[in-house]
Design a protein around this ligand. Structure first.
Ligand code: ADP
Ligand code: PHD
Length: 554
């Protein structure tokens, strides 16, 4: 459940704010030198061709492998040795494939073909669980709590998971032992949950980790079978260190050098394409398996990108890139070719499922472009996300809808001055360790309201939705004029408005029941009724407003 707050001070001014940034709880920072870890194997550079050859003869992705010896012949100069060695031992990109991209044996084959169509790349592969496996694992866990030990083996979702993975190994003609011990262990775990009659967050994370552990083992085995040497990695074994916030772990700095060292060391020893589990980590205190929040494989990919200082991070999905809105809400959504990290982060943060909310952070810090591509339609150019882009002609980039929002209306009871009042309001959220936009349970909300009512009159408005307009807030007047006109012609009352501090987002709150219709109408007006950027070059009145009156279509 999400919440938004409107705080009214005793002088009756209304302060609206975008949801507070997610508070980072218990986020200890371990200091290691991050980013671009440069492993220069001095003893190998120029110390005899045999070891150099061994080091650079990695898995051949169709195009074959360049050896140092061959490179020397080509380049005809000695100092080429170090350059080639340096080049060859580097991974070039990370390619992350989401659940929909690896949902079946057929899809796994297509993804392998896709990887092989980039012979010039030396990729690290990150995979999510197959299809809906994560959801099925969660459902199985919930059923296990109350089904009784003797019925745990019969849980429908367990059968679906077993059947999917066994069918996949069969169709790919790989050894079923790759998955069988995991499937047995999964069944034991469900029996254990049934016996305990409880599913803690820690157990939940361990339970869902089976999805990625299975998919990566299958895919690595398949690559090996078709002659591409690959090595499977469980992220929690190779240095993905997180906070101990089960179901929502934050990646710690120590992860970057640890992951880089492990992947490079293994590559030096015995080159093979790494196939890494997305979504998973290891709690720094508990050493238990953690997860990075739903959709967390995107974050795994960008973390690896930053750790290895790669040229590009690719996230392969089932859509032609980041679109102008969620295509399941309005099907005429179209791809957005370019985005900044800020825009992408805002979009994800305000609810666009296409990217994990935290995933842009490592990419931004490492200055590594992120490309969002469609594994079902690889020819589509997709979206490229970078630090900056030409925004001169940009008005709106994308519309995001977050549903099932509860709006808290907080009005001062004049017991405190304005400054003290606001401080008190925020300290209540702080004390309860609740982020205003991620109120997970109704109990949490009840606690907040109970505390707030000591200093304010609080009204709860359920059944609301946040519509976020991501774009160039330099043109906020134009965006607002158009948006309000569209909503006014539909008879919609906007109940709250806020402009994000990051200057790429304007959010409006409307009734949930009306929200999809609003998104459709806004999409038509902003993206389907001519080039809005033309309005930006119109002569302006003294106050900066465009002279021309806008024609808004419904
Ligand atoms: N603005 C948007 N652009 C593209 N897809 C979006 C957007 N908003 C929501 N989505 C949804 O995100 C889905 C892709 O994200 P996700 O399911 O996490 O992919 P994957 O599992 O392949 O990583 C799309 O199928 C689409 O329904
Ligand atoms: N399997 C996890 C992690 C993930 O990133 O999945 P996907 O890439 O399919 O969104 C989930 O469903 O949340």
């Amino acid at each position: 459940m999400a919440a938004a707050a409107r705080v009214q001070c005793h002088n009756n001014t209304s302060l609206t704010g975008s949801p507070l940034p997610r508070r980072r709880r218990n986020s200890p920072t371990l200091h290691f030198s991050p980013n671009r870890v440069n492993f220069t194997p001095l003893k190998w550079i120029g110390d005899g061709s045999s070891s150099c050859t061994r080091m650079v003869s990695g898995p051949s992705l169709k195009g074959g492998t360049t050896t140092v010896r061959a490179a020397l012949e080509e380049e005809k100069k000695t100092d080429a040795v170090s350059e080639v060695v340096e080049e060859e031992k580097r991974f070039t990109c990370v390619m992350k494939f989401g659940g929909s991209s690896v949902a079946t044996a057929e899809r796994m084959r297509e993804v392998a073909d896709l990887v092989l169509t980039f012979p010039e790349e030396s990729p690290v592969i990150v995979l999510s669980a197959m299809g809906k496996t994560t959801n099925n694992l969660l459902l199985a866990g919930e059923k296990a709590v109350s089904c009784g030990v003797s019925n745990a083996s019969e849980i429908e979702e367990l059968s679906v998971i077993k059947e999917l993975h066994l069918r996949t190994v069969k169709e790919l003609e790989i050894d079923p032992s790759v998955v069988s011990s995991f499937l047995e262990e999964l069944e034991q775990l469900l029996k254990g949950i049934a016996m305990m009659k409880e599913l803690t967050l820690r157990t939940r994370d361990y339970l869902v980790s089976f999805g990625e552990c299975l998919s990566t083992r299958i895919f690595a085995a398949y690559l090996n079978k078709i002659g591409v040497k690959a090595r499977q990695y469980d992220a929690f074994e190779i240095g993905f260190i997180t906070t101990d916030d089960f179901t929502n772990g934050d990646i710690l700095e120590a992860t970057y050098p640890a992951v880089a060292k492990r992947l490079y060391d293994d590559w030096m020893d015995d080159p093979a394409v790494p196939v890494v589990t997305g979504f998973l980590g290891k709690g720094w205190k508990t050493c238990a398996v953690t997860t990075l929040g739903r959709g967390g494989s995107d974050l795994t990919a960008t973390t690896i990108g930053k750790a290895l200082g790669l040229q590009e991070i690719q996230v392969w999905k089932d859509v032609d890139g980041v679109l102008t809105c969620d295509p399941t809400i309005y099907k005429r959504a179209t791809p957005v070719p370019f985005l900044t990290f800020d825009e992408a982060a805002e979009l994800a943060y305000f609810g666009a499922q296409v990217l994990h909310p935290q995933s842009m952070r490592p990419a931004r810090e490492g200055g590594i472009p992120v490309r969002v591509k469609n594994s079902y339609n690889p020819k589509a150019p997709g979206t490229i996300i970078t630090k900056t882009r030409d925004m001169t002609k940009t008005v709106l980039t994308s519309i995001v809808l977050k549903r099932n929002v509860t709006m808290l209306d907080i009005a001062s009871t004049r017991m405190l001055g304005q400054v003290g009042f606001l401080a008190k309001v925020f300290s209540i959220f702080e004390d309860l360790e609740i982020s205003v936009d991620v109120v997970a349970t109704s109990e949490e909300l009840d606690h907040v309201v109970e505390e707030l009512e000591k200093i304010a009159v609080v009204n709860l408005a359920k059944g609301r939705a946040i519509i976020s307009l991501i774009g160039n807030v330099q043109h906020s007047s134009l965006i607002l004029e158009r948006a309000f006109h569209v909503l006014w012609t539909k008879g919609i009352n906007v109940q709250m408005i806020s402009q994000g501090a990051s200057k790429v987002n304007i959010s409006l709150i409307v009734n949930d029941a009306e929200a999809e219709g609003c998104v459709e109408a806004l999409h038509k007006s902003f993206f389907e009724s001519g080039d809005l950027s033309e309005l930006l070059i119109q002569p302006r009145l003294g106050n900066g407003s465009p002279v021309r009156t806008m024609q808004v279509e419904n």
